[in-house]
Design a protein around this ligand. Structure first.
Ligand code: ADP
Length: 169
């Protein structure tokens, strides 16, 4: 049974087994959560990301997939990088967003992580509406078969926190 917890704040301040990064497919850093994770986590994360680009993910990490690296100086054992879809009004990309949560939990299970912190994937630079992003996040985690005991959604601002609170009920 997985417990869902909500926290308002900066995900890079969390103490958990794995912190999920809303990465982009280059795996080489970006804005938002991605920038914050690399800034606070230090260069060890970026070097592992570069190695992944040089080996398994020459063309980048595909949208909806996830891969783990060290968490560097963060208070976690791993960072799980996943690439959310960019919001589209004309095309339904919900399955890809759900896949980010599912695949991240699958990687967490492979690693033996018991606690995992997620940001609201795709709801920043990628433009996904927060209420729909929260609905997909909560429903996907609830439906997942995982050994992860605690999923912590870490919401940057109060509005995001309240939207998630409504979904969790
Ligand atoms: P994406 O490109 O997938 O949209 P972003 O990092 O731009 O990813 O944003 C995803 C969500 O994370 C947004 O709701 C944003 O407000 C939030 N966010 C940005 N920085 C942080 C942080 N340090 N900790 C937690 N959430 C954050």
């Amino acid at each position: 049974m997985t417990t869902i917890r909500l926290v308002q704040g900066d995900i890079t301040r969390e103490s958990v087994d794995a912190i999920v990064n809303a990465a982009n497919s280059s795996l080489l850093g970006g804005g938002g959560v991605d920038g914050a994770i690399h800034r606070r986590g230090g260069s060890a994360i970026l070097s592992e990301c570069r190695e992944l680009r040089a080996s398994r993910y020459g063309k980048g990490l595909p949208t909806g997939q996830a891969v783990a690296t060290t968490a560097g100086d963060l208070d976690a054992r791993w960072v799980i990088h996943t690439v959310g879809p960019v919001w589209s009004a004309s095309e339904d990309r919900s399955d890809l967003l759900a896949s980010c949560y599912r695949e991240s939990l699958r990687i967490a299970d492979e690693l033996g992580a018991r606690s995992v912190a997620f940001p609201a994937i795709s709801t920043g630079i990628y433009g996904w509406p927060m209420d729909d992003g929260a609905r997909i996040a909560v429903a996907t985690v609830r439906a997942a078969r995982t050994s992860v005991e605690e999923v912590r959604f870490v919401l940057f601002d109060q509005r995001a926190y309240e939207v998630f609170e409504e979904q969790v009920g």
